[in-house]
Design a protein around this ligand. Structure first.
Ligand SMILES: Cc1ncc(COP(=O)(O)O)c(C=O)c1O
Length: 443
């Protein structure tokens, strides 16, 4: 059991009141937010200044994959801080050199060159630029059930309702349907899904399309694990029409699916890969876009038009190197696969026991539960882009019981750190179970 070691200067209520007074919370009307004050964290747990402990079943925002407070990463960051806190992006530093080499070892295929950013959205912004510069084409193809970040270009690529307020956004974005159409309509076959994509490519003109961005396993929009053959088919279509396949692995990368990257589950090599979150497990912000050798070669003679003051920040690169070593030393990728099997069984257990569970999906430690009013109609327990009394009640129950997870629309997530023990996992699922029983009683 870990508790706060020092008495914090402010109470939880004071922290909440002051953050709400002077800072903006994202994606929210400010009056509605009710943040948890966080004083410290270790392993799979975090706690408030008053010592109320929460089991972190979402790795915060699906990013603290190695768990909180790993001393090895903290020491590496401290050491780098003392050695060299910052050097501008035109310099060469040891952590930058070593991180590029290390990522080459773990990335699929011949992806061996990286541009470092501050996070996932900027990785995608630069992927857009690279795809356009490399192909000379301008359109970007994306899917509706997707999130690619909140900056100008990335929010235009985003298919979910977070995009609406940013429209009209970036010109040249074209959209295709996902193979999944919601809990009531279900899944297309692989053949239907690929035929629909190919039809859009033909109608738009393949020679105008630079790239197809997709989350290999869709994250916030539903942990949509594609049917076998889908990603391979997308790869073939991209190759056939000279379109770059861009895997947005910001959430699905770094062991979340039981592989280094989600594409590895289907042996697919994308042309570009964007990453962030698990790259440093969020100890320090860092993102990257990786590219295959042929694309990197293009920029040998051609200018790469892109830049950031904090590109290849030494502190972030050192944090990433230390984090990647933790994945390896503790065998966390294999552990996620193994614990993921248990999680999948626990999810199926909820499905068997609670009629309001319409579907569960998971791969590795990337999981979700979709709730319905009844299995006859499969009507979601909250509407698309909305909430409902039972979903609010469920979120409140989890919080009271000391379980933190993401509750969105008619779904809730199960994305714990890869370090989670079986007992901790079962503890979280016990709270899920009791929460589902409680809201079912009121229906
Ligand atoms: C798939 C995906 N892409 C991009 C992003 C944006 O990353 P960031 O918030 O670091 O800009 C996210 C964030 O949740 C994501 O899940």
């Amino acid at each position: 059991m870990h508790t706060a070691t020092e008495t914090p200067a402010m109470t939880g209520d004071e922290i909440v009141a002051l953050t709400k007074q002077h800072t903006l919370y994202e994606w929210s009307a400010q009056a509605a937010v009710n943040p948890i004050p966080v004083a410290g964290a270790k392993g799979c747990w975090f706690w408030t200044p008053e010592g109320k402990r929460y089991l972190d079943f979402n790795s915060q925002l699906m990013c603290v994959n190695i768990g909180h407070g790993d001393e090895r990463v903290i020491a590496a960051i401290q050491k780098q801080l003392e050695t060299l806190a910052y050097a501008n992006p035109f310099m060469a530093t040891e952590p930058r050199a070593l991180l590029g080499k290390k990522l080459t070892e773990i990335c699929p295929g011949d992806i061996d060159t990286f541009f470092f950013t501050n996070g996932g959205a900027e990785a995608n912004e630069n992927a857009i630029k690279i795809a356009r510069m490399y192909t000379g084409r301008h359109k970007i193809m994306v899917r509706y059930r997707s999130y690619h970040g909140a900056t100008g270009g990335a929010i235009s690529l985003t298919g979910d309702p977070r995009r609406w307020a940013a429209e009209p956004g970036l010109p040249g974005v074209i959209r295709v349907f996902d193979p999944y159409h919601g809990i009531q309509r279900g899944w297309d076959t692989v053949e239907q899904a690929l035929a629909n994509i190919e039809e859009v490519i033909q109608l738009e003109g393949p020679q105008t399309i630079a790239a197809f961005f997709l989350e290999p396993v869709t994250g916030t929009n539903g942990i949509l694990v594609p049917p076998d053959g889908y990603l391979q088919g997308v790869r073939e279509l991209c190759t056939k029409y000279g379109i770059l396949m861009v895997a947005d692995e910001v959430m699905s990368g770094f062991g979340r699916t039981g592989e280094w990257f989600a594409v590895n589950n289907w042996n697919v090599v994308p042309d570009l890969i964007s990453m962030a979150k698990g790259l440093t497990s969020a100890y320090v912000p860092l993102g990257a876009v990786g590219m295959r050798r042929a694309i990197a070669d293009h920029f040998k003679e051609k200018v790469f038009y892109g830049g950031l003051t904090y590109n290849s920040h030494p502190l972030a690169c050192a944090a990433a190197l230390a984090t990647l070593k933790v994945y390896e030393d503790d065998d966390l990728i294999a552990k996620a696969k193994k614990t993921g099997k248990l999680m999948s069984e626990l999810l199926k257990g909820l499905e068997a026991k609670h009629p309001i569970v319409g579907a569960t999906r998971s791969i590795g430690l990337f999981g979700i539960v979709e709730l319905v009013k009844s299995r006859e109609t499969m009507e979601p327990l909250a509407p698309f882009n909305g909430t409902s009394a039972p979903m609010t009640q469920l979120g409140k129950f989890f919080r009271e019981q000391g379980l933190y997870t993401f509750v969105r629309w008619n779904t809730f997530f199960s994305n714990p750190p890869l370090t989670i023990t079986e007992d901790e996992l079962k503890h979280g699922f016990d709270i899920f179970d009791r929460g589902l029983a409680e809201i079912s009683r009121g229906l």
